[in-house]
Ligand binder design. Sequence first.
Ligand SMILES: Cc1cc2nc3c(=O)[nH]c(=O)nc-3n(C[C@H](O)[C@H](O)[C@H](O)COP(=O)(O)O)c2cc1C
Length: 390
Amino acid sequence: MTVSDVYHPPLFSIAPMMGWTDNHYRTLARLISKHAWLYTEMLAAETIVYQEENLDSFLAYSSEQHPIVLQIGGRDLENLAKATRLANTYAYDEINFNCGCPSPKVSGRGCFGARLMLDPKFVGEAMSVIAANTNASVTVKCRIGVDDHDSYQELCDFIYTVSSLSPTKHFIIHSRKALLSGLSPADNRRIPPLKYEYFFALLRDFPDLKFTINGGINSVVEADAALKSGAHGVMLGRAVYYNPWHILGHVDTVIYGSPSSGITRRQVLEQYQVYGESVLGKYGKGRPNLRDIVRPLINLFHAEPGNGQYKRRTDAALLHCTTLKSFLDEVLPAIPDFVLDSSVVKESTGREDLFADVQRLLPPPYERESQNHRKRGESLPTKPVTRDEE
Ligand SMILES: Cc1cc2nc3c(=O)[nH]c(=O)nc-3n(C[C@H](O)[C@H](O)[C@H](O)COP(=O)(O)O)c2cc1C
């Protein structure tokens, strides 16, 4: 039996987002969905290694956040090994390696993130090193290509090489390529076109591996459509951040088939307030501060009556409030009681047909000894390594 026979990737996960999916955001997300998998923001291996004295502020989380994935980035095998070892004591459910970040700080000067897609052998080695230093499963998050290395064959060479050289059996595919120069990270999430056909062709060409689809999926209806079309898992980023209640509120029922918890936003905020007050200033003066703790709440009333006023009151209250209680007392009167006291009711909407045409667009099947390798005179690894063989 191979690890992919027993390993079940998360059906639904919230994407790692730097500056957004911090402890506070994840606490709020878990209050709304019990089943969604949570990801940390990317942490560079060097940050973990050089802050050894201060690890809790980067790596600690409450046990309610399980299932939770730590995403790390890096290019130095020793630091990746040490960082994974240090993180192991925090019992993350998976460790994910970032091969998709196009930011100049990461893919330029740092030489990791999306740039690593150009060096699949290194990624294979890195994944082996990470796997050897953790008890958790290891996964890779990548793009479908980088710059003009954007053919389906090259993507397959990357997947084949990494999965052959390491125990990686699950890839999260942000279904657009990254352009390493000339585009900001935000434009790199918008301008290169989505090619879902590459994702679905991977399901066809690598039946022993697991794949999670990511990029441009905006609702639970669309996430469900991806699963029904064969994806092993779905990851949503921006949509969940901008509309946490109406998306996460449907995940447990629609994706996981659980009964509705019936929780209301007033109850969510009561629990979040207890959390917020307990962590204010926990790591020294102003770390975290009230603004950090309030940030995840900003979109909680997306598209609801009173939302505009709630946001204006938020800006004003942050200028003088010092506790989460005083903040909430000041801003919540903007929201009508029926909004605060209802559970998730709105029908989940979205494009059920988002992947309807995709099978028609699939690229030709992967040929293992691709033109690119033949041209470069390189050969691909000959035999995949399974966890049983290690
Ligand atoms: C503010 C922000 C920060 C991000 N930071 C990370 C990160 O740390 N690691 C990562 O792999 N992807 C990061 N991403 C990319 C997302 O994980 C995701 O792949 C991308 O947003 C596409 O998914 P979406 O269309 O559902 O948002 C970030 C995206 C945003 C918007």
